[in-house]
Design a protein. Structure first.
Length: 202
């Protein structure tokens, strides 16, 4: 809205291109739609680097612990240690026992950190940061812009969420990763999996 007011004020001296004003307005609407769509999914999604690989990262303030995808941990050869207090994690996909955790080296721009995560077969992100991370980093959330900020080594960093289209690409990629992982596991166990066919996909 602030940008629109500035354009109107300047019109007293020079008439702006109507097409340009329309494009600015539409771009603002698209950004707001992306925010609404991502909020409807319940988590804040962005991306991070893990051992020079681009990974999906989500923040969920309702989750008590930090989680790391078992597939990511295995593919990147992240060392794991036995969990001192194993527990059962309940999710929409069923109950799983959490028996391992790992230190995940994450990088987002100039923010470089190691986060202790429980290793679980999570399917919709590679790294999930919960209350365990948020409480240590003095995290603040702006629901209007759908942005997180946090404190690390005396400096405040900001996180910008993925657009809805970017998120759909990441979710599709992780689904494909999961399918390949399951097929590889079957081959390792001596089974020859049937060809996976998807309707509408060549």
């Amino acid at each position: 809205m602030a940008s629109t007011r500035r354009i109107k004020a300047s019109s007293q001296h020079c008439l702006p291109d109507p097409k340009g004003v329309k494009e600015v307005a539409l771009r603002g609407v698209d950004e707001q739609l992306d925010i609404v769509k991502s909020q409807l999914l319940g988590w804040f999604y962005t991306r991070c680097g893990v051992k020079d690989k681009i990974c999906s990262l989500a923040i969920d303030g309702s989750c008590e612990v930090n989680l790391a995808s078992a597939i990511m941990v295995e593919k990147l050869n992240l060392p794991t240690i036995d969990h001192l207090q194993p527990y059962k994690l309940t999710s929409t996909h069923g109950d799983v026992w959490v028996t391992k955790h790992t230190l995940v080296p994450i990088q987002i721009g100039k923010y470089v950190d190691e986060v202790l995560c429980d290793v679980v077969p999570i399917q919709v992100t590679h790294v999930l940061l919960g209350k365990a991370w948020m409480s240590r980093r003095e995290v603040k959330y702006d629901g209007h812009t759908n942005k997180y900020s946090f404190l690390f080594n005396g400096r405040r960093f900001g996180l910008v969420s993925l657009t809805y289209d970017q998120l759909c690409i990441d979710l599709a990629r992780m689904k494909s990763e999961l399918e390949r992982y399951r097929m590889e596991k079957k081959r390792d166990e001596g089974f020859e999996p049937e060809e996976v066919k998807s309707e509408g996909v060549e």
